[in-house]
Design a binder for this molecule. Sequence first.
Ligand SMILES: Cc1cc2nc3c(=O)[nH]c(=O)nc-3n(C[C@H](O)[C@H](O)[C@H](O)COP(=O)(O)OP(=O)(O)OC[C@H]3O[C@@H](n4cnc5c(N)ncnc54)[C@H](O)[C@@H]3O)c2cc1C
Length: 310
Amino acid sequence: MMGSVTEVVAVDYSQVEKELRKTCPRGVRVDEPMSKHTTIGAGGTVRFLAVPQNVSELVAVVRTALKYDVDYLAIGRGSNLLVRDGGFNGLAIKVANNLANLRLYKRTAYAEAGASFTRLGRILTRHGRPHFEFAIGIPGSVGGAVRMNAGAYGSELSRVLKSTKIITTDGRITILKPEQLAFRYRGSSLPRRAIVISSIFWCPPGEVDQAVLKQALSRKDTQPIADRSFGSTFKNPPGSFAAQMIDRCGLKGMRRGGAMISKKHANFVINVGDNTKVSDIESLMEFVIARVKDRFGVTLEPEVIIIGNP
Ligand SMILES: Cc1cc2nc3c(=O)[nH]c(=O)nc-3n(C[C@H](O)[C@H](O)[C@H](O)COP(=O)(O)OP(=O)(O)OC[C@H]3O[C@@H](n4cnc5c(N)ncnc54)[C@H](O)[C@@H]3O)c2cc1C
């Protein structure tokens, strides 16, 4: 019997570029540095960046990637994302900024995936809709917040989500309920290539939690929010705080190239250089993991999403 032969078909990137420019006429860039699209301000390039102006362009861009078998993912405000120095040989679809409509109803709110999560929190809180105080100060998009199950001060997105509309990994549009998203601490079961288009949140009127609001509004007292970072570097292990462990290892202020453990908050890696390498950031993170493991026997798990080639 003849052995089977697998044919590897190379992606025709010039054809992909042509078609992307047709489907997304105002927003395709080639070899785009991700330092421009992430809050840490560092990172390699993506082969293509598409910035759809509306939902139909977004769907068309995804279908183009599927047609040519190009790897892709959505990006929001880049506030929890690291693209390694060797870059991502695929398509980043920037959903934030353009798909940013918000609408408030009697008991629910509609938000497009590109809307600011902080803005959603501020508007709902201002309108006397409780349980969104925690969102104020989380610098991501609604889409990023859904994928990450963003949370703070004991609250998280999964508790207020009614449904979310996504583009599936085979290019269909469907609506999912929270129980279909297997939310966990800073995560969900949403596959990497599934893209959030919009979400509906429960927000009946009620009493705003002033204590949570006060905490949300005073982040700058405890977090280095003026510095370039991706927020918490590591998830809190059950029953303890990553920041406390890192601090007790004496690592505040420790540097690798332009990457530094913030002196203000030990669970923040900040970018203090001009041309900081993601390899420096990752090497600092590995060092922290090893020191915390040595001292406390606990393996810290990164919260930040890391993609691309070293
Ligand atoms: C100063 C600072 C403070 C922070 N504080 C908090 C905090 O208190 N709590 C907290 O939970 N997080 C915090 N973060 C992290 C971050 O803001 C959140 O994780 C946020 O939800 C990420 O959203 P984003 O739009 O920036 O996503 P990105 O960083 O752009 O992407 C993160 C992940 O989400 C995916 N994604 C983005 N958009 C979509 C979409 N439309 N559809 C599907 N997937 C998508 C990406 O593919 C990627 O996997 C902080 C970050 C910073 C810089």
